[in-house]
Design a protein around this ligand. Structure first.
Ligand code: NAD
Length: 485
């Protein structure tokens, strides 16, 4: 085993879980056993909540200007440890080293946003009647939890932790049991940056610990990022227990391509979107809706796909189970009449035979009723659905139950606006394959891609991680008498 067994992180210390039950952490790159992760018990969560609760009175009363000093230092430490974190991220998740570097760079950008929060949470004050002032303040919630998925071991934890903590909360992080290593390093860096013990805690585990988080009376708010199936469970359970909850789910992102789209740029964007992080991004292109004759673009897409090579510029999918599931979708579509233009099944990387790789796959003449057109694949696969009109394309996009992202490729501004107005998704791209809003814009989808109000990053996250206190004050008894006096 390459690394020591993973421990929970409670009150500034790495501590073993109280159970002996563990799961193996295996690198998708080559099958190396990296570590073991504990399946914690609810008593471990109790200890983490107690530590967070004990830290809250002092941390929440520290001024925000002081709190963000920790994140200036944390940002610097992320920069210093970029290579180490990127290697860890690649090892446990299977993405390429350069994709992992980009992931850590995104963590730095997210932290940079958190350092700007003092400029954004100034509250409001107004003299509402003579001598009477109303004022609002953003007040932290208390102990909050963040449950995260496997596909971004460092970035998704950093969607929530810098903002929630800078805004004065104390946090319990529940990493994905498939990729638990990066969070441990993040904890070390936060401590080195000066974060007081108990403000950030990690409890590892799977279903049982997620349920315990949703049920715990000491936790005020739960953020979740993962599949739609689990997002629904978490949202229902947490809100049933009267907690604030924001649960981001899965996706099926449609890219509409019009005949006037720039051929090379469109093909490059579509292949980068579908194959980046081996297609395991909630913003990945999954279905390309081709309007009219775009054969010249499809041809170029195939050329671009052939430049993407597993084990070189294409990472692994998370495990063998996932590889098998993705390959089954491709085979089923083929059996139902779709045409495989580039086939990524049965890919083996020499020297990394135990890795779980799927090559880039382009499938044409997919019909909207096929499973590959309807379900989230989470692999480097693009399904091309042919339509005659833009309205037909929009109908297909609108019919999918998810709503994370949608893009249109065209040189016509009017057509682009037509799609922006009609696509049923929270994040829209025009000639952009992965339309992730950069900070300070907030990240969040619609429909079955998100349950709860607001978004998870950017300015919108301020509303989620704080509650508003409204005070009405009068210090001037000489002011004129009126209805408020
Ligand atoms: P997942 O839903 O399987 O797991 C997410 C978290 O939930 C993990 O921490 C896991 O331990 C826990 N979990 C798993 N099953 C559970 C259950 N039955 N009950 C309670 N908790 C459970 O997701 P994943 O496979 O880790 O991640 C991939 C999914 O995440 C994809 O669907 C992807 O689209 C989605 N995702 C969405 C976004 C977004 O912004 N919308 C971002 C990243 C990933």
């Amino acid at each position: 085993m390459k690394y020591a067994p993973i421990a929970n992180y409670i009150n500034g210390q790495f501590v073993p879980a109280s159970t002996s039950q563990t799961m193996n952490v295996v690198s998708p790159l080559d099958g190396t056993l990296l570590s073991t992760v504990p399946m914690s018990a609810s008593t471990d969560l109790d200890a983490a909540v107690a530590a967070a609760k004990a830290a809250f009175p002092i941390w929440s009363k520290t001024t925000i200007k002081e709190r963000v000093q920790v994140f200036f230092k944390y940002k610097y430490l992320l920069e210093q440890h970029l290579k180490e974190l990127a290697l860890l991220c690649s090892e446990e998740n299977g993405k390429t080293y350069s994709e992992s570097v980009a992931e850590i760079e995104k963590c730095i950008e997210l932290t940079e946003f958190a350092t700007s929060l003092p400029q954004l949470v100034t509250g409001e004050v107004l003299e509402v009647s003579r001598g009477v002032e109303c004022r609002t303040e953003h007040v932290p919630l208390g102990v909050v939890a963040s449950i995260v998925p496997f596909n971004f071991p460092a970035m998704v934890p950093n969607w929530t932790l810098p903002n929630a903590i800078a805004l004065g909360n104390c946090m319990i992080m529940k990493p994905s049991e498939k990729v638990p290593l990066c969070c441990g390093k993040i904890a070390e860096l936060l401590k080195e940056a000066g974060l007081p013990d108990g403000v950030f805690n990690i409890v590892h585990g799977d279903v049982a610990i997620v349920n315990a988080i949703c049920d715990h009376p000491g936790i005020e708010a739960v953020s979740f990022v993962g599949s739609t199936k689990v997002a629904k469970i978490v949202y229902q359970r947490a809100t049933q227990n009267l907690k604030r909850c924001l649960a981001l789910g899965g996706a099926k992102n449609h890219l509409i391509v019009l005949p006037d789209a720039k051929t090379d740029m469109t093909a490059q964007n579509i292949i980068a979107s579908m194959s980046g992080c081996a297609g395991q991004r909630c913003m990945a292109a999954s279905a390309m809706v081709a309007v009219g004759n775009v054969d010249h673009i499809v041809e170029k897409i195939c050329d671009e796909a052939r430049k993407v090579v597993a084990g070189q510029n294409l990472g692994a999918v998370i495990n063998h189970e996932s590889k098998t599931r993705i390959e089954q979708y491709i085979t089923e579509a083929e059996q139902q009449g779709a045409k495989i233009l580039v086939d990524g099944r049965k890919v083996v990387v020499t020297g990394k035979e135990a890795g779980s790789y799927v090559g880039p796959t382009v499938i044409d003449y997919v019909t909207p009723d096929m499973a590959i057109a309807k379900e989230e694949i989470f692999g480097p696969v693009i399904s091309i659905i042919r339509t005659n009109t833009l309205d037909e394309a929009i109908t297909i996009e609108n019919a999918n139950p998810y709503g994370n992202a949608a893009s249109v490729f065209t040189q016509n501004g009017g057509m682009a606006r037509y799609v922006i107005d009609r696509a049923s998704a929270g994040m829209i791209g025009v000639n952009v394959g992965v339309p992730v809003p950069r900070e300070p814009f907030s990240f969040g989808g619609w429909n079955e891609s998100k349950f709860g109000v607001g978004d998870i990053t950017g300015k919108s996250s301020i509303e989620f991680w704080t509650k508003l206190k409204k005070s009405t004050t009068k210090w001037n008894p000489e002011a004129g008498v009126n209805w408020m006096s």
